[in-house]
Design a protein around this ligand. Structure first.
Ligand SMILES: [Zn+2]
Length: 270
């Protein structure tokens, strides 16, 4: 990923998506915002314990960096589901100025409507951005361990196929900064859930030296879903940035003991 720092605000972009002038996309960092303390400073999430006014100022600053107004963002109210929602003009601006109007109970947004940044938020969970250059359609996905095991990435591609006639072989995908295989330790419960959901957990759940503790490689698990759906390996970019190792640049719930801000990932069709 490349960081295009503008006015003190970090915006990270995937090289494979940045090539297209028909879209804009971004993943926020922590620099350049108004929030203080554990939320410092570019927290984009309401209801994480931060001052709402700071969050609004951060979002306004982000919008101006991206050349849109605040209603150019549409946010999801995420529930670790595999639910996918189509965003059209009627849903423009939902959740942009308060969380109450965010699109309920959904963890992936897809759109073919120009001029709307569809956005999801993470703090360690995996943000995934998809672009279909043939049909000019886009998706953004929130995949934590639950969403990953519920196969939200596969569900999103299926919905794009049904809604936009997307050919997965044409999709361009970015897997963003999140809990990496260096740090993401899980217990027996997650391992068992993974076995149940995935069948094979080879290269996804790995043993550690600790008893009943495992490493969950969420990047690989989502890579497998992309591949399985038919996305070409050469079209997939994994940022390879662990949010725990890089909690100075990205919000990390684990690193900050649950009290932290939110990173936003978004994509807009121009
Ligand atoms: Zn790490």
């Amino acid at each position: 990923m490349e960081n295009t720092n503008k006015g003190g605000v970090d915006l990270f972009r995937f090289g494979n998506l940045e090539k297209f002038d028909t879209i804009d996309h971004f993943i926020t960092g922590r620099a350049g915002g108004f929030s203080k303390g554990p939320f410092a400073s570019m927290n984009t999430g309401f209801h994480v314990g931060d001052n709402d006014w700071y969050v609004l100022q951060n979002r306004k600053k982000l919008a101006s960096m991206l050349g849109v107004d605040l209603t150019g963002f549409t946010f999801a109210s995420q529930t670790h589901s595999s639910n996918v929602t189509l965003v059209d003009q009627c849903k423009r601006g939902k959740g942009s100025t308060e969380s109450e109007t965010a699109i309920p109970n959904t963890d992936a947004l897809i759109t073919k409507t120009k001029g709307i940044f569809i956005c999801i938020q993470v703090a360690d969970c995996v943000p995934i951005i998809l672009y279909d250059p043939e049909n000019r359609a886009a998706a953004v996905i929130h995949a934590g361990w639950r969403g990953t095991l519920r196969k939200v990435t596969e569900a999103t591609i299926r919905m794009m196929m049904q809604t936009f006639e997307t050919h997965p072989s044409e999709l361009v995908a970015g897997i963003g900064p999140s809990n990496g295989p260096c740090c993401y330790e899980v217990g027996e419960d997650v391992k068992n859930e993974a076995l149940k959901s995935l069948g094979s957990i080879k290269d996804v759940i790995k043993p550690t030296k600790k008893k009943e503790k495992y490493i969950f490689d969420q990047w690989h698990a989502n890579l497998l879903q992309l591949r399985y759906a038919g996305v070409k390996e050469k079209n997939i970019e994994i940022a390879g940035i662990c949010s725990q190792c890089h909690s100075d640049n990205f919000y990390s719930s684990r690193k900050d003991n649950g009290i932290t801000g939110r990173t936003t990932a978004g994509i807009m069709l121009k």
